[in-house]
Design a binder for this molecule. Sequence first.
Ligand SMILES: [Zn+2]
Length: 178
Amino acid sequence: MNKEQVVFDSDEAAEYRTNLSGWVSRNGRYFGNDERAARYDGCTHTRCEDCGELIDRGRLICPKCNEARDIKRYNAMPKEEWDGEGMLYSDAADKYFSDWNGVEGFLEDEESTIESLRLIICEPQYLSLLDPSDYGCDSLAEDGELPDAVIDAIDKFNEVVKNAGAVSWYPGKKRVAT
Ligand SMILES: [Zn+2]
């Protein structure tokens, strides 16, 4: 891969133009009719999509509106009683809890309320199984088949993986009924 070379004194490096019109950003870049792109290139701050507050360029909304959106999203989730299995996730604190004592301890330490944690019931994550019809297909001849011993080993491996159960948890789509 040869990177294209453009020499300083070549015709490609720059050209003299007359009668140019269009948007030029604070950085001197020309954007033609694209006012939005020119303004974005030249600015350091934009406005929050929701409330219009000034925010650093690169963000879409301010932290306050971001939290308001998080709360709205949370409140739209269906509620469910937690069966005590697995884990809970606090959307507000970005923290996982494995039991209710942990939740209560955290509430005491933070002097916070259960509602403000925005607890979500977690879903289990399992290890992926090997597919004997797919495994090794890059290495086998076109009509080749896996040796029987390998197929047996895959079956055994999958059995072990299934018995291992959940290896981690991720926030699901239901909030905890409190
Ligand atoms: Zn805002």
